[in-house]
Design a protein around this ligand. Sequence first.
Ligand code: ADP
Ligand code: MG
Length: 352
Amino acid sequence: DNTNNETRIQQLDKRTVRQIAAGEVVERPASVVKEFVENSIDADASRIQVTVEEGGTERITVSDDGHGMSETDVRMAVKEHTTSKITDITDLESGVLTLGFRGEALHTIGAVSRLTIKTKPRGSTDAGTKLQLSGGTVENVSKTGCPEGTTVEVDDLFYNTPARQKYLKTEATEFSHINTVVTEYALANPDIAFSLSHNGREVFSTTGQDNLQGTILSVYGKEVATSMIEINQEADELPDGTINSIRGFVSDPETTRSTREYMSTNINGRYVNSAEVRNAILSAYGNQLAVNRYPFVVIFLDIPRDFVDVNVHPRKMEVRFDDEDGICAQVRKTVENTLLEHGLIRTSAPRG
Ligand code: ADP
Ligand code: MG
């Protein structure tokens, strides 16, 4: 009966709203790693070190040599919806180049963990700043000796949201998600030196010397690296003007895994999970791949900005091509030709 003033509907308190929102941004330790690594890349880092304990549930530390933050910056950065990357929606429409822009990662991760940030602006000769948050409350801000750049540490993720904590999988599973995230960013950014350590042991490190083959060797090891064939097509070798270049490496049809996870597609320098591009590559192999087996791929498409939209979805990195069919056909053809040249597929695969 809605004629009286009673209602069963109530406005959620801020704390509850924040914890629900946190659940969307931070599903598991790997989501924290992803947000921090993206921030380090956006901060123009040339070195990013990821160190985790117990699959990230105990501790996650991401350290970079990026542009760092002043005390005023870092106090601001942990507040709700604060970002240095856009000012309004027109920035998004004109296509921002940063990985972040929502201004919610530090705030929401801070709300569901104990967060410590140590940071010092590049070129500063003063001490740095250390800021500590517990469950979203600033506990302490102090001066600290630290190198230029930023180190963000998360302890006891989900300590105050037991329901979330319950959904965490085993240490090995949580770590494998973290490994996937760091691997993707390391492959997408061969000019950045990445390292990943788990429980005190280094899992991999890359040199940051902008050598894709060397990066593949560092993350996937020798067996995979030696099975990879180079793809390199420039605009003048491609039929029409919608792709500037297709570069990267694909494995021979024998070197495969049982998931598509090792097919890394990058558009205009950023990691973009494109099912369409992956399928185009798979079709190039024709029937040379065993059933449910997928190759290793690290491919970079350079597409003129007018033909691609990379910021269509605020949370997930998605991409929309003006001429998806045309682009996929060219990717397929290019990979197919390279495999043919190396005698890895017999004839042109049947058109699907
Ligand atoms: P977003 O990345 O969407 O802007 P975040 O909550 O992830 O939002 O970060 C908020 C702000 O904090 C960033 O816009 C940036 O100015 C600053 N920041 C975060 N991480 C770093 C870092 N590693 N180095 C320098 N600045 C950082
Ligand atoms: Mg961010």
